[in-house]
Write a protein that binds this ligand. Structure first.
Ligand SMILES: *[C@@H]1O[C@H](CO)[C@@H](O)[C@H](O)[C@H]1NC(C)=O
Ligand SMILES: *[C@@H]1O[C@H](CO)[C@@H](O)[C@H](O)[C@H]1NC(C)=O
Ligand SMILES: *[C@@H]1O[C@H](CO)[C@@H](O)[C@H](O)[C@H]1NC(C)=O
Length: 155
């Protein structure tokens, strides 16, 4: 197929000169609470300092989904350079009775989220990769969760 040279040039130049940042769509803010019960200090392992922190509950709220965090576990690692590496599963329960499992993996303040659910209304979440930045909240861990690629239903 022949592509007109000017079109080809402008496509090539726009992809080189103008890498667009991925669109982000706000999904929800979540406050995860840790009441300390069941905290397990595994200690200094070959990977770093490992502590398992049970998540005792929480709340989340966004334009398309809101409800409570049921529980979860953060078995994060503080690596050999003192950087905390989050590794978490938590369960959301929406205000319309769907359970959504959330896997959150992060380094420092940057956290990656993926989702698993069987609820028809939230099926689109299974295809979402989200970025979360942490926020300081008294008495909780606050995260603002943004869907990457800006698409919503069917993402
Ligand atoms: C999280 O906690 C902060 C501080 O108490 C509050 O302002 C915010 O509304 C809470 N967010 C959610 C989703 O519960
Ligand atoms: C449930 O959450 C959704 C999304 O935030 C909101 O639009 C809806 O009003 C909430 N429903 C109830 C009954 O609170
Ligand atoms: C978002 O992702 C979908 C499918 O994964 C893709 O078809 C679409 O082009 C993407 N949209 C943007 C704006 O990147």
């Amino acid at each position: 197929m022949r592509v007109p040279i000017l079109l080809w040039l402008s496509l090539a130049m726009s992809s080189l000169a103008d890498p667009a940042p991925p669109p982000l769509t706000f999904l929800y803010a979540v406050n995860l609470t840790f009441n300390g019960a069941g905290t397990l200090n595994i200690g200094q392992t070959a990977m770093g300092r490992r502590v398992a922190y049970p998540i005792s509950g929480g709340t989340f709220s966004g334009p398309l989904m809101s409800g409570v965090a049921l529980y979860g576990l953060d078995w994060g690692l503080t690596d050999n350079r003192g950087v905390f590496r989050e590794d978490t599963i938590y369960y959301l329960y929406t205000n319309d009775s769907a359970v959504i499992m959330v896997r959150a993996i992060g380094i420092g303040r940057n956290v990656h989220h993926t989702f698993e659910t069987s609820a028809a209304k939230y099926m689109w979440l299974n295809n979402v990769v989200a970025f979360a930045g942490s926020r300081s909240v008294v008495g909780a861990v606050g995260l603002d969760v943004w869907q990457t690629n800006g698409t919503r239903a069917g993402g």
